[in-house]
Design a protein around this ligand. Structure first.
Ligand SMILES: [Zn+2]
Length: 220
């Protein structure tokens, strides 16, 4: 008869890396529980202030933080200003990716980044998709989050010009883009993805190194 032995949890080595990354990005990303503004709506930027020196400096800082985040972790698709302690309504989104190159595209420049200021969603798809999301402010939590397949929205770019997004690309990259915008715009309302989950039992911590290789959009 064999003697009882404890069962060790899996992925011990990978989990060390996960938390090492969380510690590194925790030096500039504000996490849930640390900052009240993360749960409050951010302020509109007056249109005549979009090109002001102050706003430019803030945008530059958020861009540099997204670049830094990707260098440290190999991923990260968007940061909303409030996550860096700036309660103004703008996000910086990484647009240089496809799903396949998401891992090897660490060296990002300003050209790969899009700025959305004062966005206003004008249409939402009735089709809903579930996808396991992470949030930089809640690393390493993974939340299967249900969102409309696409949205349309108006926003200002960093030059202060009004723009419209209506790309309903049905590829995984297109679905991802439409999702990232929604995730980031929620931050401007003070909403983190863990706040909108229907079943808290679906929340997991990043653990399996192959998790995102197998992650899929599923219809709800
Ligand atoms: Zn987030």
């Amino acid at each position: 008869m064999s003697i009882w032995k404890p069962i060790k949890p899996p992925y011990i080595e990978y989990k060390k890396k996960v938390f090492e990354k969380a510690i590194k990005v925790g030096s500039f990303i504000h996490q849930i529980g640390e900052l009240d503004d993360l749960r409050r709506p951010s302020k509109q930027i007056p249109i005549n202030k979009i090109t002001s020196k102050d706003t430019k400096a803030k945008i530059k800082y958020v861009k540099n933080c997204l670049i830094k985040y990707r260098k440290l972790t190999g991923y990260g698709r968007g940061i909303t200003a409030v996550q860096l302690g700036i309660p103004d309504r703008f996000s910086v989104i990484y647009i240089g990716q496809t799903i396949k190159n998401v891992k090897n595209k660490k060296d990002v420049t300003f050209k790969d980044l899009m700025v959305t200021i004062n966005p206003k969603i004008t249409r939402r798809s009735k089709k809903l998709l579930r996808y396991p999301e992470m949030c930089m402010s809640a690393t390493p939590i993974i939340v299967p989050t249900i969102r409309p397949a696409w949205i349309e929205f108006d926003y200002y770019n960093e030059k202060g010009n009004l723009q419209h997004w209506d790309t309903k690309d049905d590829t995984d990259v297109g679905k991802m883009m439409n999702r990232v915008f929604q995730h980031e715009f929620d931050h401007m309302e003070g909403i983190v993805n863990i706040d909108v989950i229907k079943n808290p039992r679906e929340i997991i911590l990043e653990s399996d190194p192959d998790f995102y290789k197998n992650a899929k959009f599923t219809k709800v």
